[in-house]
Design a protein around this ligand. Structure first.
Ligand code: 3UK
Length: 515
């Protein structure tokens, strides 16, 4: 991929369409019937850019925190930050003051644009953050809109280098302190030219929709950057639970949906009564896609999902497949532009079929903001994502587990997600998580936490004797489908499982409980 030395990603994704006479194309839809063309979004972004520069004194390189639900206004703020050459530090809506303080201090945030409805926690954080000079609110009687409305709608983008940092994205920190990852203007355009072009193959008439927050790079790419890179449109939903996403797909007649595997699983059970005839493609990322979930969704909608593994460190998806090349149980092959291989603990390349550490390189890569863990993630030029994978003879990459989630039981290496995939095929299982529990004899045993489908849980509460029968039934079911030594020796039923805001299972919490 070749980029000019001077480059502002807002120009290539937004201004370009207006310059080319396509400004009237539909760009974004939001709550309350809001519809913005590319020209509307550009005008709003330009006005906000003027507020940032003229009223707040933002200069290039300043870090601007963004806090809000997915809305067109949040996207306009994001583009304004790009236009003034500043760095967007988008934060997950559910973050509390304590976590915001860490982000603000680590990223040396100087300004913030915040949805009024989420003002409180940021206010609490601000007291402990001397670097944070000014906060403007938007939404409701937002001060930002009033200031923006008073500005002219034109703005000359600040001249930036392709290699200027424009995003600091924080990892979700499922296991430790969140890490800030830096991405450049050219990285933003590079991801638009890789996975969406080669794997998704979206069209200008497509309408994107989905659940991931724009603070999660899965959402930023899938719901803003990718549609805009081809002149398509997007629907930004403030609330996008599985229950809300289904009617929204029908209402907006969306054609491409982005969400996590568990959401597809939940939606598959509820599709009845919703008109999903507009839907053409469904993308799953964030966690491994179990073959059972792929099958359920196909049965419910006829759609073959596109699975892809991405990471905040690499900005977006780097292993995936086209719709036609889907292979149940495998994530896919390296996205054109990226290389991937499997390494052993000494950094040697392993042959096909052997489980090892996934290593990736390509046009984007990991640069942690002031964090010594950089040297663990990048070794010998390869990004080590922390995932255990194998590559088969056809070059398909098959997910095993997070490296630190591998269970070692009686000398066997067992990948929890493989056991989960087997359990998910059972009709009574809604969700499950499999972890290692300490065991005096085997070191660890395989333990499953299971959420039962509607009704099954009630039956169990009414008749506790049913529990041991059901445990035996699930154990036999697993033994019949994968190597028997992998079956869960312990099974516990739960009403729900702990998840991050991005929908990932927090296996470490269950592991702590299981110890
Ligand atoms: C796991 C997957 C198996 C894997 C992300 C798409 O998830 C994203 O970024 P995060 O930094 O987490 C990265 C880790 O999540 N993972 C993600 N997708 C898959 N495992 N199959 C998958 N399809 O452990 C990876 O290392 O939160 C996903 C686009 C952008 C993203 N940031």
């Amino acid at each position: 991929l070749q980029f000019p030395e001077r480059l502002n990603c807002a120009d290539a994704l937004l201004d370009r369409w207006v310059r080319e006479g396509q400004g009237e194309r539909l760009c974004m839809e939001g709550a309350g019937g809001l519809r913005w063309s590319y020209a509307d979004l550009q005008a709003q972004a330009n006005r906000i850019a003027r507020v940032l520069v003229e009223d707040l004194g933002v200069v290039s390189g300043n870090r601007v925190l963004l806090r809000g639900a997915n809305t067109p206004m949040m996207a306009a703020c994001w583009f304004a930050i790009m236009k003034v050459g500043a760095i967007a530090v988008a934060t997950m809506p559910l973050l509390r003051a304590k976590e915001l303080v860490q982000v603000i201090q680590k990223a040396e945030v100087s300004h913030a644009l915040c949805d009024e409805r989420l003002a409180e926690e940021l206010q609490l954080a601000q007291a402990q953050c001397p670097t944070l000079r000014q906060v403007l609110h938007y939404g409701g009687a937002g001060a930002l809109e009033a200031r923006a409305a008073a500005k002219p709608a034109n703005f000359t983008n600040v001249d930036t280098a392709a290699e200027d940092c424009c995003i600091i994205a924080f990892t979700s920190g499922t296991t430790g302190q969140p890490k800030g990852t830096m991405h450049f203007h050219r990285d933003v355009l590079a991801i638009c030219q890789c996975w969406p072009v080669h794997c998704l193959r979206a069209r200008p008439e497509d309408k994107f929709i989905g659940s991931p927050p724009l603070a999660f790079t899965f959402g930023l790419g899938g719901l803003v950057l990718f549609p805009m890179s081809i002149g398509a449109s997007t629907v930004l939903l403030e609330k996008a639970s599985p229950e809300a996403l289904l009617p929204a797909i029908a209402q907006y007649r969306a054609t491409i949906c982005f969400t996590a595997p568990t959401a597809y699983r939940a939606m598959a059970a509820q599709v009845g009564g919703h008109d999903l005839s507009s839907l053409r493609q469904c993308v799953s990322a964030g966690e491994a896609l179990p073959a059972a979930t792929r099958a359920l969704w196909k049965e419910a909608t006829g759609i073959e999902m596109i699975d892809g593994i991405g990471a905040t460190e690499l900005l977006h998806i780097f292993i995936s497949h086209t719709e036609a090349e889907a292979r149940p149980g495998a994530t896919g092959r390296p996205v054109p532009g990226y290389q991937a291989c499997i390494l052993d603990d000494e950094g040697r390349v392993l042959p096909p079929g052997q489980v090892g550490r996934l290593a990736v390189k390509g046009p984007t890569g990991c640069r942690y903001l002031a964090d010594e863990r950089q040297t663990r993630y990048v070794q010998g030029g390869w990004n080590l994502t922390g995932d255990a994978y194998l590559m088969d003879e056809q070059g398909y990459f098959v997910y095993q587990a997070r490296t630190d989630d591998m269970i070692i039981s009686g000398g066997y290496n067992i990948a929890g997600p493989e056991v989960e995939s087997a359990l998910l095929l059972h009709p009574k299982v809604a969700e499950c998580a499999v972890v290692g529990a300490r065991d005096p004899e085997r070191g660890e045993i395989v333990k499953a936490f299971v959420v039962l489908r509607d009704g099954q849980g009630d039956a169990l509460r009414q008749d506790p004797a049913l529990e041991s029968t059901l445990i035996k039934e699930l154990q036999d079911f697993v033994k019949a489908s994968i190597a028997p030594y992998k079956y869960p020796r312990a099974i516990e039923f739960r009403a729900s499982l702990p998840r991050t805001e991005t929908g990932k299972l927090q296996r470490f919490r269950l592991r702590q409980e299981a110890q």
